[in-house]
Design a protein around this ligand. Sequence first.
Ligand SMILES: [Zn+2]
Length: 118
Amino acid sequence: MNLMSNNKKIKAVKCHNCGLIQHYSHLRCLNCKSESFEDIEATGGCRLITFTILTAVPTEFLEKRPYGLGIVEFENGVRAIGQITTQKDLKTGMKLRPIFKVIKMGGKQIHTYLFEPY
Ligand SMILES: [Zn+2]
């Protein structure tokens, strides 16, 4: 499963037992250890929870250096990590929106997203 489907949604899972929303890669709920989940998608706008400015970047992103990397939370509780389109005037709590892109990395086309202030 990809974090993002082809219809440009950011995905997560919600525990059937306790309701915790978490990344789909975990086999069990981080709270109650249940293995029963439903797939959900990020909805509504998002806010910046935390961020950093990367200067030591992966080689494929050298031309973008430095850039912002942040964790956001959507209105329904889904959190996601991603690059931010700017490194200027970033503040925790600010509103962002995802921008979906196709990039080339190592000869492959990868569907990804960035977060943009608005
Ligand atoms: Zn749970």
